[in-house]
Design a protein around this ligand. Sequence first.
Ligand code: ATP
Ligand code: MG
Length: 425
Amino acid sequence: MATNIQAIRGIHDILPEQTPRWFAVESVMREVLNGYGYQEIRLPILEKTELFKRSIGEVTDIVEKEMYTFEDRNGESLTLRPEGTAGCLRACLEHGLLHNQVHRLWYCGPMFRHERPQKGRYRQFYQLGVETYGMAGPDIDAEIILLTDRLWRRLGIRDKLELQLNTLGSIEERLIYREKLVDYFSAHLDKLDEDSQRRLNTNPLRILDSKNPAMQTIISAAPELIDHLGTESREHFQAIRTMLDNLGVQYTVNTRLVRGLDYYSKTVFEWVTDELGAQGTVCAGGRYDNLIAQLGGKPNFAVGFALGMERLLALLELLTDLPETPTVDVYLIRMGNDAELAGLKLAEAIRDAIPNLKLLMNCSGGSFKSQFKKADKSSAQYALVLGEDEMLRGEVGIKSLRTDADQQNIPLADVITYLKQHALP
Ligand code: ATP
Ligand code: MG
């Protein structure tokens, strides 16, 4: 016998019982994003490898070891997108959307990273991405933080998340700081793990990001970037803080927050929770003014974030009072050849008249008993019954499946009116 083929490790299915919750979260997201005037952009999943190398940076976890890269049949190197920022920018540059324009965009879809699969860390996972272009001031940084704050409040999880904020300054400031950091870590070379020794010459800031417990003492004594910032970067950061303070959004300044991607400048932030174990970052973002020029565009301003959908859903699952979404309103039972055809017609007529009613028609026959069983399992409020007796009388039986009320029969012509009055959720 042939063996079953299983999904790829770290790549999971979202089953029908889970999709209502995804849909509910996505609906809230759309509403919140609409409320701030953000527009949806739909982007390809496959891009040229070069795009990610140039944007994310050669010496990052993603590009060094996490990308799904392959040669297509023409020998061109392609990569399944590990994140959305690069592709979004590529699309906007390609279509001239960045020329003297301001944009607020979002997308939602799968990303791919070859990481070690574990709870909250998958090889295919979904992100909501938000990107804004063309705005230099700190108010847009604050706006996208407020937007995420509103999203948590709408979803009822604000108290589970903490906002961490930091600034990375400009490239020039970071270069000066980088030298200080290299000096510092070089003086403690024996205390660095293998990864960090390698990073010392390629990307020393990432050492600060190390999760290795043995490294934490040496990291916490390292010089801090915030002490090496110029006036403009300081003022930008302070302005965001003032806005958040005034709006009552609580945050912690975390000077060790550097983010895994190279393209950030000035603001970086993360929304973290301690309820999901090690995979506690639900949403992360910041300003990335350098990336547009890095990808060949005219220098311009950009701020964005990405939100891990699985981690958000996992957080929501911890809530006890989640609304159960019934999947069906009415279940149509048919018995006998004439009733099968009449029932099919009736079902179509009901769908014409009440498009938002969820009507499930029993297919492939079965006894009354087994059809009623399926009706009961379907979560429908009502069963419509069309058997030979009902056909002879030109009637339809209506049975409430969630109360003890007896079945009642009504004229076929009255079914739609009855359902409009009783069966709509
Ligand atoms: P982490 O530190 O957890 O690896 P990251 O810095 O690589 O995260 P980003 O690239 O900033 O993450 O992606 C933004 C968000 O996407 C993360 O905060 C997280 O919620 C989610 N995310 C990232 N990688 C994965 C993954 N492999 N599986 C599930 N969600 C992920
Ligand atoms: Mg990662």
